[in-house]
Design a protein around this ligand. Structure first.
Ligand code: G3P
Length: 217
């Protein structure tokens, strides 16, 4: 599974990229605002992520209309055409902009996807990922795993070169279930990521190894 850190905080990004199992970074205007990063500082954040080993960075456009989305997407992708993926909300303008960017060989993540229908349309415009908001689905009273399972089945049935990027993950255990249903990517907030390695039995075994290692030297 490709695991991303969902953050715009430079220091949290750097910390997460040191873990070894973090593939890349995802961000959005809300995370930028929270981290006090202005739109004109995005380039700096992208460079920071790559300097610290990100293998992919999903950067969101912040315009509302198709034309400006396409211009922003092309500018952001030009920062690193191999590793930048452009995130676009799954709005009518977003789908149209996504199609234009894909036509220029720019990879796209359609974000805030809640239904399988949106997933099918994402496939139709040639998106590489759909960011699906699990926690928010549950907040709205729906079972996110039923929805994600359905999207996964659709991707397999269509043999689509599209991956679910699970987002809005609130508990580390959710990752296991996502893995078993074949979800290829997940983005996780730093405070949830810190709990990914929680395993008291592993801690106890490591402590015993450390004690025995000391005794044999
Ligand atoms: O990537 C989506 C994420 O930023 C939203 O998470 O927990 O605020 O629903 P949350």
């Amino acid at each position: 599974m490709r695991i991303f850190v969902d953050s715009a905080d430079a220091s949290m990004i750097k910390t997460a990229l040191r873990y070894g199992y973090v593939y890349g970074v995802t961000t959005n205007p809300t995370l930028l605002r929270r981290a006090d990063v202005r739109a004109d500082q995005l380039e700096q954040l992208v460079n920071h992520a790559f300097e610290h080993g990100a293998r992919e960075m999903h950067v969101q456009t912040y315009a509302l209309d198709q034309t400006t989305m396409v211009r922003q997407g092309a500018e952001l992708a030009a920062l690193d055409p191999e590793r930048v993926v452009i995130k676009i909300p799954a709005t009518p303008d977003g789908y149209a902009a996504a199609r234009q960017l894909v036509a220029h060989d720019i990879r796209v993540t359609l974000t805030a996807v809640y239904t399988s229908r949106q997933a099918l349309l994402a496939q139709s415009v040639g998106a590489s990922y759909i960011a699906v908001y699990l926690g928010r689905m549950r907040d709205a009273g729906n079972d996110p795993f039923v929805a994600v399972q359905q999207m996964q089945s659709l991707i397999v049935a269509q043999a689509a070169p599209l991956s679910v990027l699970a987002a809005s993950i609130r508990a580390p255990e959710e990752l296991e279930l996502l893995g078993t249903i074949g979800v290829a990517a997940a983005t996780i907030a730093p405070h949830v990521m810190e709990r990914l390695l929680d395993s008291p039995a592993t801690d106890a075994a490591a402590a015993a190894f450390a004690a025995d290692a000391a005794a044999i030297q």
